[in-house]
Design a protein around this ligand. Structure first.
Ligand code: ADP
Ligand code: MG
Length: 352
């Protein structure tokens, strides 16, 4: 195992190091980039620093944080390092003591489950499994869905902050932190970058973006919102500083059967993939909440999603509905640029 770590260190040391900014007043800045496949997704990290060693160390730190959260939240771990695997193995048997990180993810997820009427539900695991996401995709039989639906209910999760114990009371229940772990890892990584004194960085973990500070010249980071129906296309650019921009979409993991698209964001109430949205994007001050909310709003659908976003005015949202409409909250008008790509109707300010 050790040689792997060394290999990774060497790879990131030879990562592209470009000198940028030549003004005599400004210090020489260097840019560091690297990608790694963690949590089933490509994690891309970009750091700009005047200190070469610090920049390289910063990249490594971000990947270490992601590896660590992945090892805690992995549903299919082969050893006992994963809290989630241990919780699931003890479902219906006994509570399991977990790390602070896992407890924080569950705590936050449960809060949003409560205020979204269960649209976000960390016990969605058995549904994700019968649709075969992670393995062989297939449309489950009605009977199979009926059999697992009673196992999906966030209100049955028992957890105690003091003793850090988590218990799934029914055998067959399965915790799945896939809708929160990338956002949480992003926030943990950003915290570490700030502690290290990094002022300019961007993390993108499969559509979970956080922009640290601004670019060195003070201008905002530009975050592209991908076209849900055109690989490589960008429908909009968001200009942001110190913000999380998180998208969920029906194009991340999906299959098509008999002309119908089935994807990995499941409505816990019906057991079916949620069908009103192609993509939801949430802009917020932290990636954990934005990750949970992008999934939750996807499930809530257009009208309920809009209502939720207006009621919780501190975040901005941009929705692409399956009808081909793009709608967004008013404040986003100040920092969104539409590219005009794709065949969408752009409806302004949904909060009016
Ligand atoms: P991605 O992981 O592709 O970025 P999301 O953040 O929207 O997308 O999370 C989707 C993942 O969350 C699924 O792969 C599954 O593990 C889990 N999930 C699916 N539906 C729900 C739901 N209704 N509530 C909570 N988690 C869900
Ligand atoms: Mg999410």
């Amino acid at each position: 195992m050790r040689w792997k770590k060394w290999l990774m260190l060497i790879v990131s040391l030879i990562v592209l190091t470009a000198a940028i900014g030549c003004s005599s007043k400004q210090p020489q800045m260097y840019e560091f980039n690297d990608d790694r496949f963690i949590m089933d997704t490509l994690v891309h990290v970009r750091v700009i620093s005047e200190d070469k060693l610090l920049g390289e160390e910063a990249l490594e730190t971000v990947f270490d944080v992601f590896e660590n959260i992945h090892s805690l939240a992995d549903r299919f771990a082969h050893d006992d390092t994963s809290d989630v695997t241990r919780i699931n193995m003890q479902a219906g048997k006994k509570p399991v003591q977990v790390s602070d990180e896992t407890l924080s993810m569950i705590n936050r997820a449960q809060y949003f489950a409560g205020i979204t009427g269960g649209a976000f539900d960390v016990t969605v695991g058995p549904l994700v499994d019968i649709w075969g996401f992670g393995q062989e995709h297939r449309v489950p039989l009605e009977d199979e869905l009926e059999a697992v639906l009673p196992l999906v209910d966030y209100q049955q999760v028992e957890f105690d902050i003091e003793s850090r114990a988590v218990f799934l009371p029914r055998a067959g229940m399965q915790l799945d932190l896939g809708g929160v772990a990338k956002g949480y890892a992003t926030d943990m990584a950003v915290e570490r970058l700030r502690e290290m004194g990094i002022k300019h960085a961007m993390i993108n973990a499969g559509g979970n973006v956080y922009a640290v500070g601004a670019k060195p010249d003070g201008s905002p980071w530009r975050v592209g919102i991908i076209d849900p129906r055109h690989d490589g296309g960008i429908i909009a650019v968001l200009n942001v500083k110190d913000q999380a921009v998180v998208s969920s979409g029906d194009y991340q993991r999906y299959f098509v059967q008999d002309g119908k698209r089935y994807h990995h964001i499941i409505n816990p109430a019906t057991g079916q993939p949620a069908h009103e949205m192609m993509q939801t994007t949430v802009v917020f001050d932290n990636a954990t909440d934005a990750d949970i909310l992008s999934t939750a709003l996807f499930v809530l659908g257009r009208d309920k999603g809009v209502e939720f976003a207006i009621r919780h005015g501190e975040m901005d949202v941009l929705f692409v509905t399956t009808e081909g409409e793009i709608c967004y909250t008013g404040a986003m008008a100040g920092y969104v640029e539409f590219t005009g790509e794709g065949n969408y109707r752009i409806l302004k300010d949904i909060s009016l």
